[in-house]
Design a protein around this ligand. Structure first.
Ligand SMILES: NC(=O)c1ccc[n+]([C@@H]2O[C@H](COP(=O)([O-])OP(=O)(O)OC[C@H]3O[C@@H](n4cnc5c(N)ncnc54)[C@H](O)[C@@H]3O)[C@@H](O)[C@H]2O)c1
Length: 435
């Protein structure tokens, strides 16, 4: 369902009316294309506090031109990782206050922080302060600009994350705090096709977000396996044929689904994307047990079962990537969705618990994407007023597209993202829900 308000707000009368009435003013978002992989304008590198990060070589590889500090930067990186006390926060203000107005439309602001030091409450207070700062700036900037915070210990391990957050691929990711560890990751042989030679399985990929994920992973070079229920086999085959992949008609809740997948992929799997999901909304007072159970089965129990089965079978190759799908409903809660929110919060629990073990074992990372309001058949079925509220109640004042979740998944699946583990990254335009 097209977002007519977004189109109207971009017209001359639309701009007039929205400004006069104080209505949300969404700007069309700049998304990635091969012709325009980075936005026009340079990258401005600022520092607050004494940093030990060697960012120069990493930022040079993001594709942005260095900014001469006079025009409108398309990307601003503020390295605040060296701030250890409240006084240091003045330098954050001093660095960004003069430039924030000049950041280009659809520009990117990335604040770099350090991991919180539990032995130093002054450092922790100052570094935690960056979180509130980042989230507030994200709500102020408008014009399709995004603001995110990355906590890191060394620059090379964060390269894939900085490339993603500074590019149009992260158009709908704002107000996020992402922790990057120090794990070494292998750089891919082919930067344009980082997943070349790798196999990715996406559940629920016959349509919607899953289809976009399969498409984006195939763009990045992966051979994709398009899994969906047998009733959706025709659509799954259409997607697989278009992407040069394989269709796998299989209900993910079926007994032995994990073993079936392992049998279809005797050479193993590099990327496993748990995307299949359903809603069966009712308030708890009206919720029959079968609606409760079916949502928990598809969205959580089958994710746990297939993950366990594939890890036990050794089907996930060293350096593998697991990306599960949570939801902001699991973070904020939502009336009528006790079953759905429980299942999605369970995904967050799974990620947090499994991530340290999977990585320790053989370099496998486990992360989740948590979509907000994404324009799909699932959200097109939502009643008009609730749909409009879902679209506007975020810093970008519009819904995201399936490709926004797909690009985030592709970043997490990237061979150079080995230091990103145990994260739940919201793709929600900084939704006010669960903020
Ligand atoms: N659209 C949104 O705004 C939004 C927001 C938050 C989270 N999500 C989550 O993103 C994921 C994809 O959502 P979508 O909007 O693309 O949904 P969708 O309904 O358009 O697509 C879901 C796909 O999963 C498949 N599927 C369902 N049950 C399955 C099963 N048992 N086995 C195999 N495949 C199965 C469906 O056939 C369908 O093709 C879901 O996990 C959803 O909960 C979506």
């Amino acid at each position: 369902m097209a977002d007519r308000y977004l189109s109207f707000a971009g017209t001359r009368p639309g701009r007039f009316v929205t400004r006069r009435l104080g209505l949300p003013r969404p700007a069309p978002l700049l998304r990635w294309s091969a012709a325009r992989p980075v936005p026009d304008g340079g990258l401005l590198h600022l520092t607050a506090g004494k940093s030990r990060l060697d960012l120069g070589p990493v930022l040079a590889r993001t594709g942005h031109a260095p900014d001469d500090a006079t025009d409108r930067p398309a990307a601003v990186v503020l390295d605040a990782s060296g701030i250890r006390d409240v006084e240091g926060l003045d330098e954050v203000h001093a660095a960004l206050h003069p430039v924030v107005r000049s950041v280009a439309t659809s520009g990117r602001i990335v604040v770099l922080g350090a991991p919180l030091d539990p032995a130093d409450h002054h450092q922790t207070a100052a570094q935690q302060a960056l979180e509130g700062f980042t989230r507030s700036l994200g709500k102020e900037t408008g014009g399709g600009r995004t603001v995110n915070l990355v906590r890191l210990t060394d620059a090379p391990a964060a390269e894939s994350t900085l490339r993603f957050l500074l590019s149009p691929k992260s158009a709908y990711v704002s107000g996020q705090v992402i922790e990057v560890g120090a794990h070494e990751s292998a750089a891919p042989h082919d930067a344009d096709r980082p997943l070349a030679g790798r196999t990715a399985l996406v559940t629920g990929a016959a349509r919607g977000i899953g289809e976009a994920v399969a498409e984006t992973l195939a763009r990045d070079g992966a051979k994709v396996v398009v899994l969906d229920v047998p009733q959706a086999e025709t659509d799954a085959r259409r997607v697989a044929d278009r992407l040069g992949g394989i269709a796998l008609p299989l209900d993910i809740t079926a007994a032995g689904a994990g073993a079936r997948i392992a049998a279809v992929l005797p050479d193993g799997l590099d990327v496993l994307v748990h995307n299949a999901g359903i809603t069966r909304d009712r308030r708890l007072v009206n919720m029959p047990a079968d609606r409760w159970r079916s949502v928990l089965e598809v969205n959580l129990a089958s994710v746990l079962r297939t993950t366990d089965a594939l890890l036990a079978a050794g089907a996930l190759k060293p350096g593998g990537r697991i990306v599960a799908t949570a939801s902001i409903a699991g973070i904020a809660g939502n009336a009528g969705q006790t079953n759905y929110a429980a299942s999605k919060a369970g995904i967050t629990g799974l990620v947090r618990s499994l991530a340290p073990h999977a990585l320790a074992g053989h370099g496998v990372t486990v992360n989740a994407v948590a979509p907000g309001f994404i324009e799909t058949k699932m959200t097109a079925a939502v009643p008009l007023l609730i749909r409009e509220a879902g679209r506007r109640m975020n810093s970008l004042a519009q819904g995201g597209l399936p490709v926004d979740v797909a690009e985030t998944t592709a970043w997490l699946a990237h061979p150079a993202s080995g230091a990103v583990n145990g994260q739940v990254v919201r793709v929600c335009g900084q939704s006010l829900l669960g903020a």
